[in-house]
Design a protein around this ligand. Sequence first.
Ligand code: NAI
Length: 329
Amino acid sequence: MKILFYDTKSYDQESFEAARTSFSSIEIEYTRSDLDPRTAALAEGFDAVCAFVSSDVGKQTLDILHRKGIRLILMRCAGFNNVDLETAKGYDIRVMCVPGYSPEAVAEHAMALALACNRRLYKAYNKVRENDFSLNGLMGFNFYQKTAGIIGTGRIGAAMCRICHGFGMKVIAYDIYENDSLKGFAEYVSLEKLLSESDLISLHCPLTDSTYHMINIDTIRQMKDGLIFVNTSRGALVKTDDLIEGIRMHKFAGVGLDVYEEETNNVFEDRSDEILEHSTTSRLLSFPNVMITSHQGFFTQEAMQAIANTTLQNALDYAAGKKSKNDVA
Ligand code: NAI
């Protein structure tokens, strides 16, 4: 089987080449271009394409992939909100993803962001490097005995509940389905109660019609003053203009984001000054209590290994005509 691997970074190629030693029937060709309507035609002559969260796998791209004979899209990530599943189904293109490759990787990053914001670690790091050892502007609050509100308690949210529980926090959670494994770790409450009682709120839902902009000025107004807000899920769960309004209202002690609404436009990879200047992400970065990382929650050695192995196993399952729990279309 021949796979065209889009949006290749050196670390992707290293982890997939290491994993490929156990999947000798698979050939991979790597391209740095991301998958979108302009690059889909490169897939001619391949059996499958491998795409990522930043890829544009909408109708136009799928039309071209279908014409080029592609029958399999291997998403090397958990989320697949960037894939037009209806069109893929219509063309009988199978879409497979890698759910739960390392929930702890993302949950640990969410807690890292929460702590970094609370204890102003980014500011402390810069101050000390400039020989300023004063503590001005660095005061945080104890997480111990405070309330953590976790929205979405699937694999990653559940790992975050356990981490917060380990910090001695009271953990309250909101989800449309309760996760039985969290008995003793978290108490399910209404969204309204979670918003009004939490000192730390962390988002762990997929991006769907029902979660799009779930954090907006109305939900922000219901939050406690001085909380820490973290999003490692998908940027569009948060209405960025409203988040900025909330920051201006001094609602937040700190905001930690690993994901942001403009991510799919590759705002920062293009590095166009004009785009940067007008992006809402840049406006967010102008606030001293906001810390943004570049969608790196998943980025640990263990997660990269698991992603490579599962993606290649997905390809083999497809080739063998096997159904898989990783099928999304
Ligand atoms: P999961 O599918 O195990 O859990 C998602 C949970 O959200 C489920 O329990 C579901 O019932 C809940 N949910 C769905 N709609 C909801 C709503 N309207 N209100 C409240 N809860 C709702 O997914 P998993 O593996 O925990 O991943 C969560 C998200 O994390 C992914 O969809 C993805 O967007 C993001 N992610 C981010 C990464 C990063 O590097 N920053 C890496 C991997 C995933």
